[in-house]
Design a protein around this ligand. Structure first.
Ligand SMILES: Cc1cc2nc3c(=O)[nH]c(=O)nc-3n(C[C@H](O)[C@H](O)[C@H](O)COP(=O)(O)OP(=O)(O)OC[C@H]3O[C@@H](n4cnc5c(N)ncnc54)[C@H](O)[C@@H]3O)c2cc1C
Length: 418
């Protein structure tokens, strides 16, 4: 990929302007400090930005964007920089606009949101109304646009009330069929209190045990091919306890699960979640991580893992000391969302070519989405056609052209190159 030479290179005049808008501590140029902003969470993508700007008000964001747009300086909006598709770091020398100084809670209410467009226009969508059926719902165009249309400087969301009673159980199961059976039963029997149904396979647990302290939290006596974490959230502890315990007893009696524990206090509850939440972190320890976040119908979720594993085993590239060290599956069964993850020695073309576009073709064949949660970034933009028709992609390109005619917002990403 080549730098788009229609973008201006940063000059002393540009720096003088930014210094007139922001306080000195809101401008980062030091090479060592820039490193973290230029590198993504997976350490797969690395940009070469020489400047990070940290505005602390919508007006500052507006001034910066207007200047960048007028001068054709490309920018990358960046939040916590924990995205997993390389969307939050520059590809070349784009200016990073870090939103780290704009994290304050303005009001505790079901409040507001504001957008800033590349030309500096501020779109105020600060409505507290639950119903407002007037005109196009413009904010929806920006949701999931990954910084390619404008910068979000404030959001409002309805926070549900914290549940009075939360329970967590961990189960060990012998097959993915059993995982599905447990899921079906949980929807029938736990219904209104079921708040999470997560699964992972034994290779995922092995990574957590090998690399993280959370691995010691596994309370089950044996190793199982699959694990399920069930969370219930309700308002009546006695009622929820009874419901969950009866449900678990029936699963054991019917041989759907082989083993299970219920957290007895908040510490145990957190420890069980720590196993699940440790999986993406544990994957990083082998060197490089190839992460695929697909949504597919629940019955075929684990087939994706098995078929990819077989493909790599057949080619002799999976195992100790090989190109790939493990292929694991975990995710949110209730959403049909699989995190298919490969631990590898390093990122290289040979490894990528063994997985892509194979996994996207497989997903499209099973009527799935190539990105359930993580977005497109620079990782999947050129595979968008596996999930969206060409007429939809053309319409997306027209929106982009309309709102960002100079293409300065997070270039080289999100939409296909051609
Ligand atoms: C350990 C781990 C677990 C995760 N688990 C989940 C999970 O369970 N579910 C899930 O959905 N995701 C999960 N993710 C991925 C998740 O999508 C990101 O971590 C998170 O949502 C990104 O937020 P961020 O502020 O770090 O955004 P960044 O990584 O900084 O940016 C992400 C994208 O948004 C754009 N952007 C950032 N801020 C703005 C802004 N103010 N205006 C416009 N554009 C902006 C960036 O340009 C980039 O394209 C996980 C990630 C990690 C590392």
């Amino acid at each position: 990929m080549k730098r788009n030479e229609s973008f201006k290179k940063l000059s002393e005049d540009d720096l003088s302007y930014f210094k007139s808008v922001l306080a000195p501590h809101s401008i980062t140029q030091d090479e060592e400090d820039l490193e973290a902003f230029n590198t993504d969470w997976l350490r797969k993508y690395k940009g070469q930005s020489k400047l990070v700007l940290k505005p602390s008000s919508t007006e500052q964001v507006s001034k910066i964007l207007k200047y960048c747009n007028d001068n054709k300086l490309a920018v990358v909006p960046q939040g916590g920089n924990t995205g997993l598709v390389g969307g939050s770091v520059p590809v070349f020398d784009e200016i990073i606009i870090s939103m780290s100084n704009m994290s304050s809670i303005r009001k505790f209410d079901n409040v507001s949101g504001a957008l800033v467009l590349p030309d500096g226009t501020i779109l105020d969508n600060l409505s507290t109304l639950r119903k407002d059926n007037t005109g196009y719902d413009l904010k929806q165009i920006f949701v999931g646009s990954e910084g390619t249309l404008g910068i979000v400087t404030g959001v409002s969301f309805l926070a549900p009330k914290k549940s009075k009673a939360v329970n967590v159980a961990l189960l060990g199961l012998n097959s993915y069929d059993h995982v599905q059976a447990a899921f079906k039963r949980s929807k029938e029997e736990l219904s209104e209190v079921l708040s999470a149904f997560e699964f992972w396979d034994q290779d995922a647990l092995k990574l957590v045990k090998d690399h993280l302290a959370a691995g010691a939290n596994d309370p089950l006596q044996s190793t199982y091919p699959f694990y399920v974490l069930i969370e219930t959230s309700g308002s009546n502890k006695d009622h929820d306890d009874e419901k969950l315990n009866n449900f678990l007893e029936r699963l054991l009696t019917d041989n759907i699960t082989q083993d299970g524990v219920v957290a007895q206090d908040t510490t145990q509850l957190r420890n069980l979640w720590a196993i699940r939440e440790g999986i993406p972190v544990a994957c990083l320890h082998d060197g490089a991580v190839y992460k695929y976040d697909i949504s597919i119908p629940v019955p075929v979720i684990y087939q994706a893992v098995e078929e990819l594993r077989k493909r790599l085993l057949d080619r002799g590239v999976l195992g100790e000391g090989k190109l790939f060290t493990s292929v694991i599956g975990y995710g949110h069964i209730g959403d049909g969302n699989l995190h298919l993850t490969l631990a590898a020695k390093e990122f290289c073309e040979e490894a990528t070519d063994l997985i892509e576009p194979y996994i996207f073709e497989w997903t499209a064949k099973h009527a799935g989405s190539i990105s359930a949660e993580h977005g497109l970034g620079i990782c999947k933009n050129n595979f968008l056609s596996y999930s969206k028709s060409s007429s939809m992609i053309q319409l997306m390109k027209r929106f982009k052209q309309l709102l960002d005619p100079n293409g300065i917002m997070n270039p080289y990403k999100f939409l296909p190159d051609n």
